[in-house]
Design a protein around this ligand. Structure first.
Ligand SMILES: Nc1ncnc2c1ncn2[C@@H]1O[C@H](COP(=O)(O)OP(=O)(O)OP(=O)(O)O)[C@@H](O)[C@H]1O
Ligand SMILES: [Mg+2]
Length: 307
């Protein structure tokens, strides 16, 4: 999917502002931004439900505005809000969408069983949609986006409003879809949850792109150097003073016996810190690079615009 210079205005408000973004086949792209950033608007345009003011979205080289009919079979859109369905059974709900995608009746039964199994809803086949728990409704909504076997999934906050267990279940399901080779754009503000699911992330704010790329690169960019985490058995004060004098570390701190410091020296020579400590008789029990989570990245890259 290629988004090029996409702009959408609502009256005076520019919800999406000249946004460009590429999602390659097989990518799991985390689409992140604070409330009102323009995530839903962007996704709805890509899903052929809203027209942009300028710019374009192409899916498999088809322009979504010029040929929405051709795009729809290729995409599975999961809205952030699950509609109300009175008196509809789970299988009927899926059957309805399958027929909307022109899947012939004799193929539907098997297909519905398959997506129910994938989303772990087999036992709810004959339940009323309105009587499912929120987590089950979200899974059903995801099941619905899969009936026509789309290549690209556009998921707008699939895990919102779910308890921790249900969120983990959705995440497992998304990992399964990743294994099946689907391309996924997934919006969320629950950032740490996207870290091990996505290979790429895009952060937008006020409709504008803040940063986009693979998770590792963005994390390293934002970090501006590695943060080392050093466990030392005793002589903490002494070690602190020693490390500060080395010259390759800054922000040296000690909390609960664990020293953290930002390494600003040659990236390949951080082991020298360890060597220096041990040759000076400090009892080092651990020496690791601290992982930076997406929450940190998000706070760093969006701080400017939020403030
Ligand atoms: N139909 C509409 N009419 C007027 N303004 C709209 C409409 N839809 C969205 N907006 C505005 O566009 C901006 C972007 O909204 P959007 O829903 O795309 O954000 P979002 O990133 O999905 O936010 P959230 O995280 O809260 O879901 C917001 O300021 C919103 O108020
Ligand atoms: Mg939204």
């Amino acid at each position: 999917m290629a988004i090029e210079g996409l702009t959408k205005r609502f009256g005076k408000l520019t919800a999406v502002d000249n946004l460009s973004l590429h999602v390659e086949p097989g990518d799991i792209m985390g689409f992140i931004g604070p409330n009102g950033a323009g995530k839903t608007t962007t996704i709805r345009i890509a899903a052929t439900l809203l027209k942009p003011d300028s710019g374009r979205v192409c899916i498999e080289d088809i322009d979504v505005v010029k040929d929405p009919e051709a795009v729809r079979p290729l995409i599975g859109f999961m809205p952030d809000f699950f509609g109300l369905y009175e008196d509809v059974l789970v299988w009927e709900y899926l059957d309805f969408f399958a027929s909307a995608y022109h899947i012939p009746p004799h193929k539907r039964r098997r297909l519905i069983d398959d997506v129910l199994e994938l989303t772990d809803l087999t036992t709810k086949r004959d339940s009323l949609v309105s009587e499912l728990s929120r987590g089950m409704q979200q899974r059903l909504c995801l099941a619905k986006t899969l009936v026509h076997d789309p290549k690209l999934l556009l998921l707008d906050e699939p895990a919102s409003g779910l308890d921790p267990r249900a969120r983990i279940e959705i995440k497992e399901l998304l990992k399964e879809l990743r294994r099946m080779g689907k391309t996924i754009l997934i919006s969320s503000h629950i950032l740490p949850e996207l870290a091990d699911l996505c290979n790429k992330i895009t952060i937008i704010e006020q409709g504008r792109l803040v940063v986009s790329g693979d998770v590792e690169t963005i994390m390293n960019q934002c970090r501006g150097g590695k943060v080392l985490s050093i466990g030392i058995i005793d002589r903490h004060e002494e070690a602190l003073a020693f490390l500060e004098k080395l010259g390759t570390l800054c922000d040296v701190k000690c909390t609960d016996g664990l020293i953290t410091a930002k390494y600003v020296g040659d990236p390949d020579e951080d082991y020298m810190v360890l060597t220096a400590l041990t040759t000076n008789g400090f009892k080092v029990r651990s020496f690791t690079e601290q992982p930076l989570d997406l929450e940190d990245v998000f706070m760093k890259v969006t701080r400017g615009a939020v403030a």
